[in-house]
Design a protein. Sequence first.
Length: 155
Amino acid sequence: MSEQEFVRQAEGLKGRLYRTALLYLGSETAAVDAVDEAVYKGYLARKKLRQPEFFATWLTRILINVCNTELRRRKRETAVEELPETAVEEFDALPLKEAVERLPREIRAVIVLRYFSGFTLAETAAALDLPPGTVSTRQRKGLGLLRLELEEDDL
């Protein structure tokens, strides 16, 4: 893949990548940093992409790995010291966003890609390197958990 082709395709995906990173990380600045790092890593590895038609899922997979690395780093940091209560208020207080944030990581990945990033079932499966049946099962389970959580909030 040429430099110009990579830049053209990456520019077209930045909005979708940003939404995905924002839902994963919950912070605008962290999401921008994650997208930048994913695009940079993709640029360095662009010659390793065997099938250019899967560029979007390939770059999304890189972004997910960057986000997971950041989440692991955060977990180590918060385990060492207690955060002040005001630091947690970074994420919007919308019930749906809070409910999505509380989902288990592997289920949240499917929900974020399918419903907030606009991926198809096949694209989600390719991005997460999972069989489509597993993605479908996690999607159903995630939607059920969200429904329960949001119904509890209404009571």
